[in-house]
Design a protein. Structure first.
Length: 208
């Protein structure tokens, strides 16, 4: 009997605490869940979570290439998913941690370089459930729109999760009950389902 050869794929997920899955008691986050489900569809996924808490686009711009290239040798089917932005727009000492113009510049540089080397997907920032900063929603909306335009220009598939998760009682309620920003397992499960229903993800992992 001939053994089935499973398509082997290595994926780096690069971003912040939402990529890391901070707050998830099951330590899977959305990245672990989408990869586990891709495995169930018949793929052989090597999953690298490169999410770092509090990382901004400036931090990611400095580190992503070295971290990814170490994990994705050219002889393998290596892919990269980026997701960042919320830390850029949070206030620190009375101003945003990264100016919008720099966020746009960072994202463009990261994605334009990455797409020369690997298949790339980009997922926008998740909503912030805390109530301390009443203007963060508008800044998130602005950044999300700019990221979408950058990805359209570069022809990088982009998924905006902000408006979807903002309407999710599970995401918002879990985050508010936790630390004001990060949900528990239920919120990350919802995030994972959004990604799995995305055309670009389905193009990567159709039913085998």
């Amino acid at each position: 009997m001939e053994l089935q050869h499973l398509p082997e794929v290595r994926i780096c997920f690069v971003g912040d605490s939402f990529v890391n899955g901070t707050g998830d008691q099951e330590c899977l986050g959305w990245t672990g869940r989408v990869c586990a489900n891709a495995n169930k569809k018949g793929y052989d996924i090597t999953h690298y979570n490169l999410g770092i808490r509090r990382d901004t686009s400036t931090d990611i711009a400095k580190r992503w290439l070295q971290e990814v290239s170490l994990r994705l040798p050219k002889e393998y089917d290596g892919r990269v998913v980026f997701s960042f932005g919320l830390n850029d727009i949070t206030l620190e000492n009375g101003k945003t941690r990264v100016d919008l113009a720099d966020s746009i510049k960072n994202a463009h540089e990261i994605l334009s370089e990455a797409q020369k080397l690997y298949p790339v997907l980009m997922i926008g920032p998740a909503p912030y459930a805390g109530q301390k900063d009443s203007h963060i929603r508008q800044r998130n909306t602005d950044l999300t729109q700019h990221l979408a335009l950058i990805c359209k220009k570069l022809d990088v598939p982009y998924l905006g999760v902000f408006t979807i998760l903002e309407k999710s009682n599970i995401w918002i309620d879990e985050a508010r009950a936790n630390d004001g920003a990060h949900p528990r397992a239920g919120g990350y499960t919802e995030f994972a389902q959004i990604v799995e229903n995305w055309d670009a993800w389905l193009n990567w992992f159709p039913l085998t």
